[in-house]
Design a protein around this ligand. Sequence first.
Ligand code: KG4
Ligand code: ZN
Length: 344
Amino acid sequence: MDPAEKLKFWPSPLLAIETSCDETSIAILQGREILANVVASQIEMHQKWGGVVPEAAARAHVESIIPVYREALQIAGVSEITAVAVTNRPGLVGALSVGLSAAKAIAYAKKIPLIGVHHLEGHLMSPLGDPDLDLPFPHISLIVSGGHTELVRVNEPGDSEILGETRDDAAGEAFDKGARLLGLGYPGGRAIQQAAEAGDPTRYNLPRSMMSSPREFSFSGLKTAMLRLVQTESANISVPDAAASLQAAIVDVLVAKAIQACEDTGLKTLTLVGGVSANKPLRETLHQKAHQQGITLIVPPLHLSTDNAAMIGLAGSIRLSRGERDQFDLDVNPNADLPTKTLQ
Ligand code: KG4
Ligand code: ZN
């Protein structure tokens, strides 16, 4: 895409809905501006079980979606919605269905366009939530969330190529499972980061898997190593040191492979997106290494890192402004690949 070519956004109020996992979120955008971005988290409910229970998640979305919709409208202060963007893939089927049904009902009642958005395309476009950012295409993106770890070449909005992904667990899962083993609760990423602040990252030697394969990731060995560490150290374990060692092992692998992908492709812009991009040591280490290599690192603001509807609105807005539309037979898809080509 010609860098001089300006991205176009849907110019009038757009409603965006995200319910793919455990956050019920509704945003209202006007052009690139985010007027409201309400996120109702189900974390407290899922904490009881130590993870997301799909049926409970769907039920909670049903309960929250109308209050969240009303709150978003009130914050945005707009009287009319002119289009609806909704996450329809991938994610938990029941959770996605709640958001999609609401989106269809609103689009049908108001006779306005509807567009389904891939959840990861939302993460990829999340840096655009900073209105002053000039996001160049093509660029490399490292998507790190609870369900995904992918290195992507983003040719233009809606056209991405996966360069490599995880063979097993996602980076977020490695944080979450490690936190559970250390008794730090759910979700684990932030808890590990906090515990690690007082810890020594060199205390326990944990594996950096698949370093010889530049693009692929594997975090299941790290989980097994953590389990063994917890069993052998038992009551003597230092939770801060174990958290810091786990975090360092994840950060080392992510940073090395993201920088390598930029070097191999010659692309000098890297984005870090998805919930794990909220991790401070990951942001800082990647910034430092990118800077050393002459790579510009772009990270979305914290409130756009974890799941939210504004990022879905940004991705949907670009598609709608190109004339793309979905019909009312649009369905949910729990396991969809990232879109590679723009429908024109
Ligand atoms: O993108 P996201 O909100 O949801 C998915 O699409 O999965 O990512 C959630 C993941 C969880 O695994 C959570 O533990 C992780 O992001 N996470 C973090 C941090 N904040 C959230 N991981 C490491 N450090 C953090 N500060
Ligand atoms: Zn996500």
